[in-house]
Write a protein that binds this ligand. Structure first.
Ligand SMILES: [Mg+2]
Ligand SMILES: [Zn+2]
Length: 192
């Protein structure tokens, strides 16, 4: 059996950049305070940093995949200006159905994008961390056996914070979440 490595899955909007809702213009990209430094600490700890992002604005027709790619390039440019690095980016372009339910396998909390990243990067999800500002970013940690950390913003629903306190972990900033990761003892993989 191949032994995978630990990684950190990060949400993008509201987690490393300001969430302006259906962000489609590179000039509107703004890194959140401490985001680049947090990514750099993960780089230094040799933990791959994988962005997983829902972009239903594409499926809703608000912007195009090319707009997404320009915004994403700007995000990476700002991160790289600080000497930090993002190791992989996975995006769901689909909209939920009329009832608000997922209409695809890849929209978070679906696990399809995570499973693709796990295969591409040789990751063991049970050793990995799932971080974001919404429960849907963190819930895959339960489905895939890793550890979840919710980093709420003022827009995170209170019920999701309560859920994360019970089922995962809550940190008051990305920097604190990363500190938890770096200082956490390595988990010994089971079933090897
Ligand atoms: Mg978010
Ligand atoms: Zn999708």
């Amino acid at each position: 059996m191949t032994v995978g490595r630990a990684a950190v899955f990060l949400d993008r909007d509201g987690t490393i950049i300001r969430d302006t809702h259906y962000l489609s213009r590179p000039e509107h990209v703004e890194l959140l305070p401490g985001a680049a430094q947090s990514i750099q600490r993960l780089n230094e700890a040799a933990l791959p940093v994988i962005l997983v992002t829902n972009q239903s604005g594409i499926g809703r027709g608000y912007f195009t995949t090319d707009d997404f790619l320009l915004v994403q390039s700007r995000v990476e440019e700002l991160v790289e200006e600080t000497g930090a690095r993002i190791d992989g980016v996975y995006m769901c372009p689909h909209r939920p159905d009329a009832a608000g339910n997922r209409a695809c396998e890849c929209r978070k909390p679906g696990t399809a994008l995570f499973l693709r990243a796990i295969a591409d990067h040789g990751i063991d999800p049970a050793l990995s961390w799932f971080i974001g500002d919404r429960w849907r970013d963190v819930h895959p940690s339960i489905l895939l056996g890793g550890k979840g950390i919710l980093v709420p913003t003022p827009e995170t629903p209170g019920a999701e914070i309560i859920l994360a306190q019970a089922e995962a972990t809550v940190a008051n900033s990305l920097e604190h979440a990363v500190s938890k990761i770096i200082t956490s003892p390595p988990k010994i993989p089971e079933h090897r």
